[in-house]
Every structure is written in structure tokens, then in C-alpha cells.
Design a protein around this ligand. Structure first.
Ligand SMILES: Nc1ncnc2c1ncn2[C@@H]1O[C@H](COP(=O)(O)OP(=O)(O)OP(=O)(O)O)[C@@H](O)[C@H]1O
Ligand SMILES: [Mg+2]
Length: 248
């Protein structure tokens, strides 16, 4: 892969669950070293797209990672290639401790790497550092989201797929989670593809975004449009229209 070639290339991706497709042959290229976002209302097909990229849903079309076609690889093989998915709703294991949940994110790395990654994760998320022996189910919603992201970081991913990290969190906690992600992004040059309903939350991190509606990509926002509140509002009005303003 050359410096300028995309980290992730999605080509004609189609996902269907039975009847009609819910993702209709979408294509986009994502550069490395930055955060891009997939934005849209409920049911637009955002999670289905992420799940297809990691191989959790069967899909047509192609997914290229660092120039290599990974479309036929298992989810485990895509994980080993460096693509880590942090699912919607966190899905930490409530009965396991915080430390055990972190180990789950790094089962194939050696003990020394695991220890150093854990230290890094706990430095980024001090809220969970003194809760290592607590059952994860006892953490607050925001702490559980930090644990889920921390678990995703344990294997030193080359691409992190984040499905609605703001879901169910109070505004103050959304701000805190995003602040930490921004710090991690700067310090680790993290590459991430973020899914959000909220254009404003995503704009804290993303430098480009695609708008998804009814399984199609209907628009694209660059860094400038994302940075300005008016730019984001114009995109919401233009691409989602009245009545789909959940994206505010
Ligand atoms: N396992 C499934 N079986 C059948 N239909 C599904 C399944 N998962 C999702 N769908 C349908 O596919 C469409 C897209 O769902 P998806 O979860 O990808 O949307 P989303 O953009 O992530 O929405 P949200 O913002 O609400 O999470 C929806 O109509 C949904 O009902
Ligand atoms: Mg979703």
C-alpha cells in the first residue's frame, strides 16, 4: 500500500436480510490516519454496513483493506488483519470483570503486549482503571462505553469501527467519550470509521462523512462542512429532510 492509497475501499456493498436489500451497492474510500463517519437516521443501514465490513453479515460486493480484497475472509481473519468492530449497545460481558473484558479484546496477542496495551487503555480511561476487578455489568453506561472502546483498542487495531458510541449516554458523557477518542486519535494516529445518528457528535472527530438514507449514500461532507454548525444543518436539511431531524 502506498502512503496515499485508501485504507478501506468499499465497492458495491449490498446487504439483504431476506426480502429486499437494506444496503444497496454502496461504494466509498476511506483514507488512513483519520476518522470518517457514516451518518443517518434509524434504519438507514449503518450498522448493517459495519457488520458486513467485518464479515458478520453476508454481503455482495467487495471490501478492500490496505489494498487487499478481504471480502471472502472470516470475521476472525479480518480481526487478525487489524479491523476491530465495537458494536452498537456496547455488548461488554456483564458477568466478567473489567480486566477480563479487556483480555477478551486481545486474546491473540502475547502477554507483554497485552500488559502494555492495557496500561495505555487505562491511561486513556482512568474511570475504569480502579474498577478492574468489578463485574463490568456494575459500570455506568458511560463507563461501559469506555470499556467497550478500550477492549477494541487492546489489539492495536489498524482500523476501528465504532457503532454509535453516543447511544444512550447523557450529553456530558457523550462529550467525555468523544474527547477521549479525539485524544487517542491524535496520540495513536488512529484510523476509525464511526457510525452516528448525530451529525454534531460525529463532527467532534470526523474529517469526512457520508450520509446514508434507506440503504444508499446520498451525500458527502468534507472537513469544512462538518466543522461549521450551519454546514451540518444544511446537510441534515438537504439529505435527510424534515422529519428525520433525529440527526441533530
Ligand atoms: N438481522 C436482521 N434481520 C432482518 N432485518 C434486519 C436485521 N438487522 C437489521 N435489519 C433491518 O435492516 C435495516 C437497516 O438496519 P441497520 O441496523 O443497519 O440500521 P442503522 O442505520 O444501524 O439504524 P440505527 O441507527 O437504528 O441503529 C432496518 O430496516 C432493519 O430493520
Ligand atoms: Mg445501528
Amino acid at each position: 500500500m502506498t502512503e496515499s492509497s485508501p485504507l478501506l475501499q468499499v465497492r458495491g456493498l449490498t446487504v439483504r436480510y431476506g426480502a429486499g436489500p437494506v444496503v444497496h451497492g454502496i461504494s466509498f474510500d476511506m483514507p488512513g490516519g483519520a476518522v470518517a463517519a457514516l451518518l443517518g437516521a434509524n434504519g438507514a443501514g449503518k450498522s448493517s454496513t459495519l457488520r458486513a465490513i467485518v464479515g458478520l453479515e453476508p454481503a455482495r460486493g467487495q471490501v478492500l483493506f490496505e489494498g487487499r480484497d478481504i471480502s471472502r475472509l472470516s470475521t476472525a481473519a479480518r480481526f487478525r488483519a487489524g479491523i476491530v468492530y465495537v458494536p452498537e449497545g456496547r455488548q461488554i460481558v456483564a458477568d466478567l470483570t473489567v480486566a477480563e473484558n479487556l483480555v477478551l479484546g486481545s486474546y491473540f496477542v502475547d502477554a507483554r503486549t497485552r500488559a502494555s496495551r492495557q496500561q495505555m487503555v487505562l491511561d486513556f480511561f482512568p474511570e475504569i482503571a480502579n474498577r478492574l476487578k468489578s463485574p463490568a455489568g456494575l459500570l455506568s453506561g458511560g463507563e461501559q462505553q469506555m470499556l467497550a472502546i478500550g477492549r477494541g483498542l487492546m489489539s492495536a487495531p489498524r482500523l476501528l469501527l465504532l457503532d454509535e458510541p453516543s447511544l444512550g449516554l447523557a450529553p456530558l458523557l457523550v462529550a467525555r467519550v468523544y474527547e477521549r477518542l479525539a485524544l487517542i486519535q491524535r496520540e495513536q494516529r488512529l484510523s476509525a470509521l464511526l457510525v452516528e445518528q448525530s451529525f454534531h457528535a460525529a463532527a467532534r472527530l470526523a474529517t469526512r462523512a457520508w450520509v446514508m438514507r434507506h440503504g444508499h449514500l446520498v451525500g458527502e461532507l468534507g472537513a469544512e462542512a462538518l466543522k461549521s454548525r450551519e454546514g451540518r444543518q444544511q446537510a441534515i436539511d438537504a439529505y435527510l429532510g424534515a422529519g428525520e431531524g433525529a440527526a441533530a
